[in-house]
Design a protein around this ligand. Structure first.
Ligand code: NAG
Ligand code: NAG
Length: 187
């Protein structure tokens, strides 16, 4: 008997709390927020992307042509890497195998200027070797097929950009789309 009374009181308390909340304001809404970081507890959900430096990347070890690499990154929820700074290139370069080449997200198929497939804009950052830069600037004398770009090992420790035939097979680097939108339920 005593047990039931306790149970009843507990139930009443729960109900009272409900009414209290409801009388204050019991509407819910969903907020969408752009965040530039990923909380630690979510990072496991982003596989195969991994935090390297300050962004999430996936380094693909399959050998694909540029178009296939684009598709592969999209399939995983990202894009081919959109390099922004020399610092980023150095950081990602430390994770790459110097014996391999890696596709990045720029090409100039059918046009003179390089454009990022990720942003549709001219790239913020180019990093061709000086000798290659002449060719990059001299579009009409370049083999027109050399329209896509890989990262390759440069003279020093860092990786540099190299014009590459789009149909050649290379490894590739995907980057998680960012900023990510997450939904937060606010009570
Ligand atoms: C409840 O909250 C919503 C959104 O915050 C507000 O628009 C509404 O006026 C509130 N209602 C009451 C009764 O306070
Ligand atoms: C780099 O690639 C070469 C050729 O595929 C391979 O033999 C070597 O083991 C790789 N090195 C590392 C550190 O994975």
């Amino acid at each position: 008997m005593f047990r039931y009374i306790v149970l009843d009181i507990a139930l009443l308390q729960v109900l009272a709390q409900f009414w209290l909340i409801e009388s204050i304001n019991f509407s819910t809404r969903v907020e969408y927020k752009n965040i530039d970081f990923v909380p630690l507890e979510y990072q496991a959900h982003l596989k195969p992307f991994e935090l390297i430096g300050s962004k999430f990347y996936y380094i693909g070890n399959a050998e694909l042509n540029w178009f296939q690499a684009v598709q592969e990154c999209r399939k995983k929820g990202g894009n081919l890497i959109n390099l922004k700074t020399h610092q980023e290139t150095l950081v990602i370069g430390m994770q790459l195998n110097a014996s391999h080449d890696y596709w990045v997200d720029i090409n100039r198929l059918g046009q003179e200027e390089y454009v990022s497939i990720t942003t549709g804009l001219r790239p913020d950052y180019l990093n061709f070797l000086a000798k290659d830069m002449n060719e990059v600037n001299d579009y009409y004398h370049t083999n027109e097929q050399l329209s896509c770009v890989t990262l390759v090992k440069g003279y020093e420790d860092s990786f540099v950009m190299k014009e590459t035939k789009c149909m050649e097979k290379s490894r590739f680097i995907c980057q998680l789309s960012s900023p990510r939108t997450i939904s937060i339920v606010v009570w």
